[in-house]
Design a protein around this ligand. Structure first.
Ligand code: GLY
Length: 335
């Protein structure tokens, strides 16, 4: 079996298939260099919840539950001190209240905390008008990808093996081959990496003057500040305006970041489908499967995707919410 694409989703699928006894080769000329290399790694079904996306939340919650055991299997640490969703001013507090309202529609009740309550939880915060405390975790996607690459070893290669494959899993993120090219579009996200002696204890996400931003601490003292969201059709490059907006917002939320060392500014495309749900399962073309289009949720959904994809390869019916055949796939269809 060939898995095309060695981002976190392709590697997780390959690892699961190997664990179940399949003979797998992963093909990617630059493993781990796509969206996984830049993702902040928030395992955040609550922070990412949105109106009209109950299945994204359902799947996110299911996969978030898998992450502690998955991280242990990979030997990577999880950030487990929780996530604060904060608003800087009174208008930003409305965004916080709206996030609580979105969560309430999903059956998750979260209290909106006062400024004093939030700053007691995270003394590094500057002025905030209120916030939510969520249990959402985070992981370093680069560490997870490195661990998966170690587990898969020589199964990961730049070119396909000469011997053909009985099945193919296409896991190439936002760049799908024909006939699926238009099913997934790139939505650029820029991040800034900083190093600080004074990182926040929590993952901090929120709004500053209407600008969304998140700050994700790593055990090393690095913090990842993200992320802009831009529909575009060019190569994803970090822009002066995007970096400026991120740094300005992050510094307002966490003033001590003013002294942080600037390590890198990076950009990648998030792979977005029309309904913001991934494509995981059969294409209708016998022996060809998709594991792509995870939009903002590739890291969060990787362990669940791996299970669903391996189940589909072994003949199980896919979860209808992620079944690629819910969309018009084009090309030959044999269902
Ligand atoms: N998952 C966060 C983002 O896509 O920016």
């Amino acid at each position: 079996m060939h898995v095309l694409g060695a981002g976190i989703v392709g590697l997780a699928c390959a690892d699961e298939l190997v664990t179940r006894g399949h003979d797998v080769a992963v093909v990617d000329p630059a493993p781990g260099s796509g969206a996984s290399a830049v993702a902040a790694g928030m395992l955040s079904p609550g922070g990412e919840a949105w109106y009209g996306e109950p299945d994204v939340h359902r799947l996110g919650v299911a996969s978030a539950r898998l992450w502690p055991a998955y991280a242990a299997r990979l030997g990577v640490p999880l950030h487990d001190r929780g996530t604060l969703v904060v608003g800087h001013d009174a208008a930003d507090r409305h965004d916080v209240e709206r996030q609580a309202a979105v969560l309430a529609t999903l059956g998750v009740d979260v209290d909106v905390l006062t400024s004093v309550q939030v700053r007691r939880l995270e003394p590094a915060l500057g002025r905030v008008a209120g916030g939510l405390a969520l249990r959402d975790r985070a992981v370093d996607p680069r560490a997870a990808v490195a661990a998966l690459l170690r587990r898969l070893g020589e199964r990961v290669r730049a070119r396909p093996p000469l011997a053909g494959a009985d099945a193919v899993v296409v896991a190439t993120g936002s760049r799908l081959p024909a006939p699926w090219t238009t099913l997934v579009r790139g939505v650029r996200g820029e991040v800034v990496r900083l190093r600080t002696d004074d990182p926040p204890r929590h993952v901090v996400r929120g709004w500053v003057g209407g600008e969304p931003v998140y700050v994700v601490p790593r055990p090393s003292g690095e913090v990842v500040v993200g992320a802009t969201v831009e529909e575009h059709d060019a190569e994803p490059v970090p822009t002066a305006g995007g970096v400026l907006r991120l740094l300005r917002a992050a510094r307002v939320l966490l003033p001590s970041l003013d002294r942080a060392e600037l390590l890198a500014c990076e950009a990648r495309d998030r792979p977005a489908t029309a309904d913001h749900l991934p494509l995981v399962g059969p294409t209708g073309d016998p022996g060809t499967f998709l594991a792509a289009g995870h939009f903002r949720h590739g890291v969060l959904l990787a362990p669940l995707t791996a299970r669903l994809l391996a189940d589909a390869v072994e003949g199980a019916d896919p979860d209808p919410a992620v079944d690629p055949r819910r969309l018009d796939l084009g090309g030959p269809q044999c269902t």
